[in-house]
Ligand binder design. Structure first.
Ligand SMILES: [Ca+2]
Length: 485
């Protein structure tokens, strides 16, 4: 493992920031004292009722989110093209969700999962998180958690950005620049650029940092929250350190990598397998430092697999749909493991969307979510504890990559929809039975709907009306912008 204080800083910046070992823990204020008291009270009341005292334990949280690795990539889900033994074991140890829906693309999903709000309420444009936003990092740090983010950022904010959004420390790619991410990467670590030139592999470095954070935090007085939006297995598709043709001298800029064999499926498969290895590495670290049973581990993904890559899933082909609003762009893995608290081998079919993560983490930790934030997600903690809970009736999606219609004829990729398990309505009026029409080829004909279908369609129309961005369409029309047809 690298020694983090010796990482070569090529561009000293961000005065006031220090490497993690030199940073002081947040002061334990009155809010913390109140939280401890609350935890004690909750422990007393919950133990009296015989239910798990989840808030009393204040578990550590590790949230891992892969990049462009759809539902079909995980063996436990029925995937047959990739080897994911660590994820499969994680699923066997806890609860696997079959209907978790992200946004179709990186930034929209990152904004939604971090803020607990639909993109219609706080999305600006690709590559940006609203500087005024409050994230799950802010909420858990305020609740006394030691916080860290490693992996891919893509949300701007400068060297202070991750701190502003609630993270004590970070080891990231694509914070203030966009150099190589895989072999010989350029990263940014706690306010400093760090360029690696000796055959290092970006995903190894950020996961080493994550392991170091876990090890340090396990010795601390506070529980910890590790948010790990993975670099893998996003394009460019390249050999990994365990690939037969790994080349430690390999180096490319984003300009040249576009001419590489970027669509070679072989490397994508190897990268998914490597992402799985890293999940195993993180879990092994939790075990080796003795905190596994007191750590809630969540694995999900930000959007579907790269468009056009065909994988085998439950005996049939599944075509990747990243960037599209169809299920192959938005249906993602969700695995939750918390030994001793979440029972093993469970499969849950409830609808979950990315606004639900923040309220769930708050629920697990007893953290307060201020009403002013307008968080609309629902906690799925009850389901994790084996209860029915309050499952959502719909999943809503507002997707405009740049916050407005995309010029150049790509409007078909943008839009707004609401869905149940079975049916999906677009704002344009197209209405699909997605259980029978996965790729949304044949909208249901309005004059042939059953009474039940009409009722569902009307309810979904209301959902879109309730969650849409007020005035958005009239403003676009005034500006002469073409809207999705
Ligand atoms: Ca992505």
């Amino acid at each position: 493992m690298l020694h983090w204080l010796s990482v070569v800083a090529t561009t000293p910046t961000a005065s006031g920031l220090q490497p993690p070992a030199l940073r002081a823990r947040p002061a334990l204020g009155s809010a913390w004292a109140a939280m401890v008291l609350l935890s004690v009270l909750l422990a007393a009341s919950s133990s009296a009722s015989g239910e798990p005292s989840v808030r009393a334990g204040r578990p550590n949280i590790v949230l891992i989110m892969a990049d462009d690795m759809g539902y079909e990539c995980v063996g436990a889900n029925g995937g047959q093209t990739y080897r994911t033994p660590h994820l499969d074991r994680l699923a066997a140890s806890g609860m696997r969700f079959e209907h978790c829906y992200s946004q179709p693309l990186c930034t929209p999903s990152r904004v939604q999962i971090m803020t607990g709000r639909y993109n219609s309420r706080n999305y600006i444009r690709f590559g940006v998180l609203d500087p005024q936003a409050t994230t799950f990092g802010n909420i858990l740090r305020d609740a006394g958690y030691a916080t860290c983010v490693v992996g891919k950022w893509q949300l701007k904010g400068g060297f202070e950005g991750p701190h502003r959004f609630g993270f004590d420390e970070y080891c990231l790619w694509q914070l203030t620049r966009r150099p190589n991410r895989y072999a010989n990467p350029g990263l940014e670590i706690n306010g400093r650029q760090a360029d690696f030139n000796s055959g290092e592999y970006g995903p190894d470095i950020v996961s080493d940092y994550a392991c170091d954070f876990i090890e340090r935090s396990a010795k601390g007085d506070s529980p910890f929250f590790l948010y790990y939006p993975m670099i893998l297995p996003h394009w460019p598709f390249e050999p990994t350190p365990v690939s037969a043709d790994w080349d430690p001298t390999f180096r490319r800029g984003d300009t040249t990598e576009k001419s590489y064999k970027m669509r070679e499926h072989k490397y994508f498969i190897e990268m998914v397998n490597y992402a799985d290895r890293i999940v195993g590495k993180i879990v092994a670290k939790l075990e080796s430092v003795g905190v596994r049973d007191n750590t809630l581990v969540i694995f999900t993904c930000d959007n579907g697999t790269y468009a056009g890559l065909i994988s085998q899933f439950q005996g049939r082909p599944w075509k990747g749909g990243k960037g599209h609003m169809m299920d192959n762009g938005t249906r993602v893995p969700l695995i939750v493991s918390w030994p001793g608290t979440v029972g093993p081998g469970q499969v849950n079919r409830d609808l979950i969307d990315f606004t639900d993560m923040l309220p769930t983490l708050a629920d697990v930790t007893g953290a307060t979510v201020p009403r002013r934030l307008g968080v609309t997600g629902r906690s799925f903690l009850p389901q994790l504890l084996g209860k029915r809970g309050n499952p959502r009736e719909f999943v809503y999606c507002w997707y405009f990559r740049n916050g407005k219609p995309i010029p150049g004829g790509k409007e078909h990729k943008a839009g707004e929809s609401a869905r149940t398990h079975r049916y999906k309505l677009y704002r344009t009026g197209e209405f699909y039975d997605v259980s029978a029409d996965f790729y949304e080829q044949s909208p249901l004909q309005a004059d042939a709907l059953t009474d039940e279908q009409r009722a569902v369609r009307e309810r979904l129309r209301q959902v879109i009306g309730e969650h849409t961005r007020p005035g958005f369409y009239s403003r676009q029309r005034k500006r002469g912008r073409k809207l999705p047809q």
